[in-house]
Each structure stands twice: as structure tokens, then as C-alpha cells.
Design a protein. Structure first.
Length: 760
């Protein structure tokens, strides 16, 4: 941490030289206002994006937004070779990957929602496999509850993926990569006009990857194809259509199991970080198709209309061997901490999602006060269709040939038994995994008794919302005011004779103010509320997944409610070459739904009273000089449990949250007059403090600091770049998170990837 801090402040103290930027923020905003929503792409090619549509549904400079927003651009993604989302977002302050899944804690608050937000529209699919970043223009992290914009979203923050849009300039790029863990990858990005008038534009992004892993049995094959077209018939009308097809075949990596504590001491290195509890014939197949359309029409210079629609389908096909989250037990029901109790799962399901967002945008003046008023309607429609199902083999074999499905023993005399290391155990339906002598085989699933067969009930969740938003500017003061009325409905056993539903309504306010201290510095304050109903179509990962497979709904529990209070400063420093955002905040959330972690009742839920997260964060991005770019962040998080049914937890540190975390990435290209003029170098540092696992307080995940580096070779007067990225240079052993003794998530050892890129 000390080294990271020294590097950070040393770079801040350097004198900065002049640099030419393609667009000033004012020019950028004027161009964006004509779009209303994002129809054409971003032209700049650096680590900093100075605007956002998604935060307010209007074109607004990030500097003027009374809310913290972290941005990771495609240039930063490319320089770091961040092919998956977790590698991209970790540079943003307060964003902490929690596992190998597409799962994060933001500002100390663990995510509850699945799927992603893409171009401000809600998707729905399991979080197990991370999305590829090939078609992403930038990743935006809106800090705090963004329910005023996105409806039911997480209190800590929301990750919005902004896809690449067509450009009026011809740009084409292909790349090929090879690297550690048998990684092979190819990508393409083609864009430009399709006619001489440049009224019809296109963009095509594609990617394919095959990769193994430093984890036993893990690997994936991923394909992404995403064409996009924009039609600009005149200055008043703009249309965009975009397709995303994603097909991922891999396995679910549930993490590293370790031995139980010996004499009260937990040894995280008791097993190798490669150890995996799965089987050779496990698989996870995820297929997703998304179609998006945007239409914008400007009736007058002061009145416009915008509408966006998204259609998504998602199919899952799963087979896996995984732990029951407990060690095996002997015939006296005492844990055997060298054996992981196992179960076998098969699952198939299909989802259908529709999103609609429409609004009018009015601009008017009252004296010296400028108003921009939005009146809008949002519809979110998430359907889990009929025909899904899940089979499971678990429990113990009985002497009479039957199977006891419970994880806890009843009458010991009724069980078949086995002997292991001198101890007598009930014979499991699925063989235990021996941590002392791991064995990977192609398991014959016909050996199991599938004693839990579940038809996944059809379900529908709908959310309708009407909202009004006022963006008011007067002299140096801007106000962002909003009201959003939500009507939320959850239906279980949808379109069947035993259909039943839950309803929730909520009026959500939004209040924010920004004051321009000078042309370079703004200060802001904001108050937001969050509202997140529990639902059958939301499994509230990873705690309440049982609700998606039973004829009842998590909506029977109280909705998760939250609020944010935040003060901050945003600055354009050194002639707008460096942007800085600093914020202090407090987030409170209530009615948190958690798994009770009771082996006797694995589906038992408890609703915690309240959590509170306070913190400070700092983000910096831009140019130190014309050859030197930087992106850095720091986060301090004080998150604790303030109310709980278990009195001993009150005042305790919140799970899955490091108190301190910091990131740095910088790239330096040698100048044209240097003997090394074709060379660029990159350096990255990532630090995270210790954290408490999700479901146990018996041990801590230790702090870590790792270093990354990159070497870039770009021959003069050529369109080729060769990049060599090396991650975890000093081969540090570390863990990015943990759930319990049988699910730790070790980070990757030293690895490299070599990429050749050709632009034409």
C-alpha cells in the first residue's frame, strides 16, 4: 500500500506539459446534445471519457453530474488486455470483484442483481460467466443506488456497459492474442459510412476465445458477434439498431476448497490454489441474444423525443458437481474436515426480457434560469418461461435402498456406511471429494440417484415507472431534481392455475446540486433513494437461489431499501489534461435477505435489519504529458452491520469488503525524438486490504498488492502494434474473495499474453 500511495502522489506532483486534445468538453457536449441518446460512437482515444448519457438520460458532462461516476474506456481496456469485465472495472474506486463470477461489491455493498445494464437497459441472466469486453466502448460505474434511473438496482452502485456505436470515419482493427493457460483469442472492430452522404453508418465487433486456466478443469470457449447500424436521414432524426450474440461454453468454477481449521488456525495454503471440486464432464453453456433499437426525433430546437427498446433471450444448460457448502460428516454427525460433501446438479432454463424507455425532453428558459425537463416512462419485463427444470443428487444412501435427501443425519442405524481414515461415515449419494487425495475422473452420472427433481416454475416480474426530471442551471449553480413512481409486480407460477403475485409501489426522490467554484472545479452534493423488491426472478446472489426453483417467491419478504448521502469535488486540472473526482458518502440499506448458512436448513433465509457503509474515494485520469497517460483510484470503506437478529453481529465489519483498496495503471510512449520512439511501457499496481468471507467469520482473506506491466512496440509509419502484457509480475499468491472454507477464490499466478493488432 505504501508503494502504491507513493507512486500515486509522485505522479500528481509532476509538472505537466502541453498536450492537444481532440475535443474540448464544451464542444463534446454540444455535439452530444444533438444525439439525445447515444447513436454514434465516441471519437476520442484516451483513458478519459468526460460525458455520460445513462446517469440522467441526457447528455451531461461528468463534471456537472452531482454523483460519482467511474469510467473505464476501451483504450484502457485494450492497453490492459482486460478481455473480461472484472479486469476492466477493478480500476474504478470502490469496485471489488468478489469471485470468478460476474459479481462485485461496490462501496462495501455486495451486488444482489444478476445480469447487466447495457446502454442503460436492464438484462437478466445468471452472473456465473463474465461478459466479454470486445464490443464495449466504455464501462460506467454509477456509485450509490441508481433506482431513480434504472429502477431496481443495487445500493452500492450500478455497472452500465456502453457498447461501441458506428462512426462516420473509416476505422478497422483486427487483433490476435496468445498467452498463458493455453489462451487463444481473435477480435475485430470495423466501422465507417455505408454511403457517400454518411447518413448510414455501420459497426461490427467480433471475438472468439479458447482458454484454459490456472484452476484445474476450468476453461471456456467464448464467441461474440455484434453488428450495429445508425441511420441519420437529417439533423432532426437518428436511428440505431444493434444486435449482440454471445455464446459461452465453459464450466462453473466454484473456487478453491481448503481444510478446516486445526487448533483454531486456518491455513489458506493447505491446498494448492489450482484445486477444484468439479468433475471432468461438468459444463456450463450460456447463449444470449440481444436486439436493441434507439429512435430520436427533434421536433424543435427545444423539444425532442427519444425511445429505446431492448429484446433479450437467454438460455442456460448446466451440469456440475459442487459442494454442499459443508464438510462431510461421520456417523455421529461430526465434521470430517478433509472431505468436502458433494452434490450433483443438472439445470436448464430459458428467459425472455423486454425493456422500453421513452421520454420527452423540453428545454426552456425563465429569465436567467435554464431548464431541461424530462417526462418519461419505463417498462421492464423479465419472464422465466415454462419448461425449465433442475435435477439434483444429494444426501445419503439408506440400507433399504432409498436416499435421504437431507444434509443432516437422522437415525444413524438406517444408513449404509463407508470407512475412511478409521472413521465411519454414512455413504453419500455423490462421493465426497477427498482434499488429501484429489481425483479427477469422468464421472458416470447414472451412478447417482436423482432424488430432487424440480420443474422450475414459470415466473414474471414487471416494473412500470413514470418519472419527471429537472436539470436546472442558474449562474454557477445546477440542480438535478427528480421523482420516479414505481409499480413493481412479481408473479409466481405465471399463467398457471395456481398463479399468485406480490405488488410493491414506491415514490423515489432524487436531489442533487453542483456549484462551479471556478471553471476548473465543481463541488456537489446529492441524496438518492434505492428500492429493490425481492423477487422470484431475482435470486439475490448468492444467498437466495433456492427461490427460483420452488413455487413461492422471495417477494414475500420486505423490499430492500437504501439511501445515499454524498458530497464531492470534481476538477479539470492542468488545462483539462487531468480529471479528478473525490467523494465522501454514506449508504444505508435495510431489509437485507441472507442465507442463514444452516446445514440443517440449506434454504433457510434471514432478513438482516440494516447495514451502513461510509467511505472516501478518489479517481484520477488523464495525461501527465502528451506521451504519458494515467488512471488511478483509491477507496476507503468503513462498512458495518448496524442491526441484526444476532446481537453479536451488530457493530461487526461487513462481509466481503476491504477497508482500503487502490489501483494504478499508467502508459508512457517515448517521443519521436527518442531512440526508443517506437516503444511504449505500461505499469499497473493493485492493492486490496483484508476482508471477511461471505458466510463465515472464522478466518480472514489477507491483503495483497500485485504488479502488472506491459511492453508496446509500434513501428513508425505503420499500423501495427505488438503488445506483451505480464500480470502478477512477482507471482504473488492472493485471494480476491471467499465465501466459506470450501469456496475461496485465488487470483491468477504470473501470466503473460502477447497481442498483435493491425489497424487499417
Amino acid at each position: 500500500m505504501k508503494l502504491t500511495t507513493l507512486l500515486f502522489f509522485a505522479m500528481l506532483s509532476l509538472s505537466l506539459s502541453a498536450q492537444t486534445i481532440s475535443n474540448t468538453p464544451t464542444d463534446t457536449l454540444k455535439k452530444l446534445e444533438l444525439q439525445t441518446v447515444e447513436i454514434t460512437g465516441r471519437l476520442k482515444k484516451d483513458y478519459n471519457s468526460d460525458y455520460s448519457f445513462s446517469a440522467t438520460k441526457i447528455a451531461i458532462l461528468n463534471k456537472d453530474l452531482p454523483q460519482s461516476i467511474g469510467t473505464v474506456t476501451k483504450e484502457l481496456i485494450a492497453d490492459r488486455q482486460a478481455f473480461q469485465l472484472a479486469d476492466a472495472v477493478k480500476i474504478s474506486s470502490g469496485v471489488i470483484p468478489s469471485s470468478y463470477y460476474n459479481q462485485y461489491a461496490i462501496r462495501g455493498i455486495s451486488q444482489n442483481e444478476e445480469g447487466q445494464i447495457i446502454n442503460g437497459m436492464r438484462t437478466r441472466q445468471y452472473y456465473f460467466l463474465q461478459p466479454l469486453t470486445t464490443n464495449i466502448e466504455r464501462v460506467e460505474v454509477l456509485k450509490g443506488p441508481a433506482s431513480a434511473t434504472f429502477a431496481s438496482v443495487d445500493p452500492g452502485g450500478s455497472i452500465n456497459l456502453v457498447t461501441k456505436k458506428p462512426l462516420s470515419q473509416d476505422r478497422k482493427e483486427v487483433s490476435m492474442s496468445v498467452g498463458s493457460f493455453s489462451t487463444f483469442r481473435g477480435t475485430l472492430d470495423f466501422t465507417g459510412p455505408l454511403n457517400e452522404e454518411k447518413t448510414l453508418l455501420y459497426r461490427v465487433n467480433g471475438a472468439y476465445q479458447e482458454a484454459r486456466s490456472y484452476r484445474d478443469l476450468a476453461g471456456n470457449k467464448s464467441m461474440l458477434i455484434s453488428p450495429s447500424f445508425s441511420y441519420l436521414p437529417n439533423k432532426k432524426t437518428a436511428i440505431n439498431a444493434e444486435l449482440i450474440f454471445s455464446n459461452m461454453n465453459g464450466v462453473l468454477d466454484r473456487g478453491q476448497p481448503i481444510f478446516g481449521a486445526q487448533a483454531g488456525v486456518t491455513e489458506l495454503n493447505s491446498t494448492p490454489i489450482s484445486l477444484n471440486l468439479g468433475a471432468t464432464n461438468d459444463f456450463f453453456k450460456s447463449k444470449e441474444l440481444i436486439l436493441m433499437g434507439n429512435f430520436v426525433h427533434q421536433f424543435t430546437p427545444n423539444i425532442s423525443f427519444a425511445t429505446s427498446y431492448m429484446k433479450q433471450s437467454w438460455t442456460e444448460n448446466l451440469q456440475e458437481h459442487r459442494t454442499t457448502n459443508a464438510f462431510a460428516v461421520d456417523i455421529e454427525n461430526k465434521p470430517v474436515t478433509s472431505l468436502a460433501a458433494m452434490q450433483f446438479i443438472q439445470r436448464q432454463q430459458y428467459w425472455n426480457v423486454d425493456n422500453l424507455s421513452s421520454y420527452f425532453n423540453f428545454k426552456l428558459n425563465t429569465g436567467k434560469i435554464k431548464h431541461q425537463i424530462l417526462l418519461g416512462y419505463d417498462l421492464n419485463y423479465w419472464e422465466k418461461t415454462k419448461g425449465g427444470g433442475q435435477n439434483a443428487a444429494r444426501g445419503f444412501l439408506l440400507k433399504d435402498g432409498g436416499v435421504a435427501g437431507s444434509f443432516v443425519l437422522a437415525n444413524a442405524a438406517n444408513y449404509q456406511t463407508i470407512t475412511t481414515a478409521g472413521r465411519t461415515l454414512p455413504r453419500p449419494n455423490v462421493n465426497h471429494f477427498d482434499l488429501s487425495n484429489p481425483s479427477y475422473t469422468i464421472r458416470n452420472v447414472n451412478d447417482y440417484t436423482l432424488n430432487v427433481r424440480t420443474a422450475l416454475p414459470a415466473a414474471l416480474t414487471t416494473n412500470n415507472a413514470l418519472y419527471v426530471q429537472e436539470y436546472l442551471t442558474w449562474s454557477k449553480l445546477t440542480l438535478l431534481l427528480g421523482l420516479r413512481q414505481e409499480w413493481y409486480k412479481d408473479i409466481t407460477n405465471f399463467e398457471t392455475s395456481n398463479e399468485f403475485s406480490f405488488k410493491n409501489t414506491k415514490l423515489l426522490p432524487r436531489i442533487g446540486a453542483t456549484f462551479a467554484v471556478s471553471k476548473q472545479i465543481n463541488v456537489y452534493g446529492t441524496y438518492l433513494q434505492g428500492f429493490q423488491p425481492q423477487s422470484n426472478t431475482v435470486t439475490l446472489m448468492p444467498s437466495t437461489g433456492a427461490f427460483f426453483g420452488v413455487p413461492k417467491s422471495a417477494a414475500q419478504f420486505q423490499p430492500l431499501e437504501s439511501d445515499l448521502k454524498e458530497l464531492g469535488i470534481k476538477a479539470d486540472l492542468f488545462k483539462q489534461k487531468i480529471t479528478l473526482t473525490a467523494a465522501v458518502y454514506e449508504i444505508n440499506q435495510r431489509n437485507i435477505l441472507m442465507n442463514a448458512n444452516d446445514p440443517a436448513q440449506p434454504d433457510l433465509l434471514v432478513q438482516r435489519g440494516a447495514d451502513r457503509s461510509r467511505g472516501f474515494e478518489l479517481d484520477l485520469a488523464g495525461y501527465i504529458n502528451e506521451h504519458w497517460q494515467i488512471n488511478a483510484s483509491y477507496s476507503y470503506i468503513d462498512a458495518e452491520i448496524v442491526n441484526d437478529a444476532k446481537a453479536e453481529l451488530i457493530g461487526q465489519r461487513k462481509e466481503n469488503t476491504p477497508t482500503n483498496s487502490a489501483n494504478l495503471w499508467t502508459r508512457f510512449n517515448f517521443g519521436l525524438n527518442s531512440p526508443l520512439k517506437d516503444i511504449g511501457i505500461g505499469l499497473g499496481v493493485q492493492h486490496q486490504g483484508s476482508r471477511i468471507p461471505w458466510f463465515t467469520r472464522a478466518f480472514e482473506v489477507p491483503a495483497f498488492t500485485i504488479f502488472d506491466a506491459a511492453f508496446y512496440y509500434t513501428p513508425a509509419k505503420s499500423n501495427v502494434q505488438i503488445a506483451l502484457n505480464a500480470n502478477n509480475l512477482f507471482n504473488e499468491t492472493y485471494w480476491i474473495g471467499a465465501q466459506n472454507y470450501l469456496r475461496l477464490f485465488p487470483g491468477a499466478p504470473r501470466n503473460v499474453i502477447l497481442t498483435a493488432t493491425y489497424r487499417f
